[in-house]
Design a binder for this molecule. Structure first.
Ligand SMILES: O=P(O)(O)OC[C@H]1O[C@@H](O)[C@H](O)[C@@H](O)[C@@H]1O
Length: 213
């Protein structure tokens, strides 16, 4: 039985994955380190900033980690400012439908800016529970962030559905014992994996079917 939904944020609810990517390209250019899409997907996406820097540089000092993290945040917010609308239209509609059906919803995002971004985009009102990267010690693909969101929602993990777009996020949700709807907007995921559903946009989902009502 499905009782609650937990959403990843970047790439699922808001169109900002390219902002993270561009910000890292920009910041690491200053360090003479090229960041390709492949590097991003393998070493940066879904990682917190500290892990991202550690994955890109050999033995970075605390000062370097702090400096590059701050520069990345600045560059990311600049990228977001450039966009007129960052919320995916299908996501807003889907959240409205879920709210009308009374489904409890939370966000579990590795981003340290989760609350700030949800507030800025007007999405915070949908979510009584928001767990950000800073709220758990171990990041995705460890299951902690999803387990914490389920705990705060008061729902058993096996009754939760996670909406994710990234490989390591999907792994984290599976390790948490949750169902997964893979939101593959960029056609990057492997369709042979076991998902509850795999969709390109949230418009493709029937809530009634998903809930079995
Ligand atoms: O740099 P922040 O705000 O801590 O964000 C960390 C991660 O947040 C996630 O939500 C994004 O999907 C990742 O791509 C990003 O790297």
């Amino acid at each position: 039985m499905i009782e609650g939904f937990i959403f990843d944020m970047d790439g699922v609810l808001i169109d900002t994955e390219d902002c993270h990517f561009n910000a890292w390209v920009d910041v690491m250019k200053g360090e003479g380190i090229p960041v390709t899409l492949e590097t991003y997907l393998e070493k940066i996406q879904v990682q917190g900033r500290r892990r991202a820097v550690e994955n890109l540089m050999a033995n970075p000092s605390e000062e370097t980690i702090a400096r590059l993290s701050a520069a990345k945040e600045e560059a990311y917010l600049r990228e977001v400012d450039r966009k007129k609308e960052v919320v995916f239209g299908d996501a807003r509609l889907f959240l409205e439908k879920c709210r009308d059906m009374g489904i409890p919803m939370g966000v579990a995002s590795s981003s340290s800016l989760a609350v700030r971004m949800l507030e800025r985009t007007g999405l915070l009102e949908f979510f009584p529970v928001v767990v950000g990267g800073g709220d758990v010690k171990r990041q995705k693909p460890e299951p902690d962030i999803f387990l914490e969101a389920a705990r705060r929602l008061g729902i058993h993990p096996e009754h939760c559905v996670v909406f994710e777009d990234a490989k390591s996020g999907i792994e984290a949700a599976h390790r948490a014992g949750m169902h997964v709807v893979a939101v593959d907007r960029l056609h990057l995921l492997d369709p042979s994996e076991r998902f509850l559903r795999m969709v390109n946009t949230l418009d493709d989902l029937s809530l009634e079917q998903l809930l079995g009502v």
